[in-house]
Design a protein around this ligand. Structure first.
Ligand code: ADP
Ligand code: 5GP
Length: 228
């Protein structure tokens, strides 16, 4: 079956304050996109923070020591990295670059500092789409952080303080902003943004060229068969 979508991979970046719903939305949208044959590879970041209960090395994160992280930075192994909530987090090139070149679509859950670094890289920027997930209010954000039950009160305070800076910093440079109030609506919005990017002329150019050639060929063959 022919595909509507360009064979090159696209890099999808999802950012937003902790507790805004990025993980929930990414999981939901990956499942829904699979139904239209868009498979998003979730890039597993490296971090110096310790695993939380229920998290697994290689699935949620690659958990590394501060020394290992520093060495990776020095060797230029990260596409982007940042210090977030008292720990270091980074996207390794090995997770992403080969997959994009191989035609896979990749989705990242990274903070605004990382999203900015990617936006400033012209090569990556041209094959990426960035989406900022907004909470409906700071009160709701606080409730979600408490109800998730993963962070201490001190950690929640730090996350709320960072959220304000993040919203201020982030509002300028993202391609799309989605308010995650109703989960169903927000998931559909994220799905629409991703599909729209895959159908964008410049993303789909190769597929369009091939289709145009095929139409011309079919037209020539049809005319020959009709004796024109
Ligand atoms: P993030 O990955 O941005 O830190 P999560 O996806 O872990 O955020 O979501 C934080 C909490 O909020 C989780 O308990 C999640 O189930 C809940 N949540 C996410 N989106 C919504 C929503 N639209 N309405 C209500 N609760 C939500
Ligand atoms: P958590 O510790 O709650 O899993 O994640 C904290 C924050 O780190 C989240 O906002 C998440 O988006 C961000 N984050 C996770 N991985 C990366 C990464 O590889 N790079 C950057 N810049 N941020 C990341």
């Amino acid at each position: 079956m022919s595909s509507n979508f360009h064979p090159d991979g696209t890099l999808f970046i999802v950012s937003g304050p902790s507790g805004a719903g990025k993980t929930t939305l990414i999981n939901a949208v990956r499942e829904r996109l699979s139904a239209v044959k868009i498979e998003l590879y979730f890039s597993v970041s490296h971090t110096t923070r310790k695993p939380r209960a229920g998290e697994h090395d290689g699935i949620n994160y690659h958990y590394v020591s501060a020394d290992t992280f520093r060495d990776m930075v020095a060797r230029g192994e990260f596409l982007e990295w940042a210090h977030v909530h008292a720990h270091d987090y980074g996207t390794s090139k090995a997770e992403v670059v080969g997959r994009l070149l191989d035609g896979q679509d990749v989705i990242l859950d990274i903070d605004y500092q990382g999203a900015k670094q990617i936006a400033e890289d012209t090569d990556l920027e041209s094959r990426s789409l960035s989406v900022f997930i907004f909470p409906p209010s700071l009160d709701v954000l606080e409730q979600r952080l408490h109800s998730r039950g993963l962070n201490s009160n001190d950690e929640i305070d730090l996350r709320l303080r960072k959220a304000i800076a993040e919203i201020d910093e982030g509002k300028g440079f993202y391609d799309y902003i989605i308010i995650n109030d109703d989960l169903e609506i927000a998931t559909e919005c994220l799905k629409a943004a991703i599909i729209a990017k895959k159908l964008q002329t410049k993303t789909a150019l190769d597929a369009i060229h091939k289709m145009a050639e095929r139409f011309k060929e079919e037209d020539r063959n049809g005319r020959t068969a009709r004796g024109n």
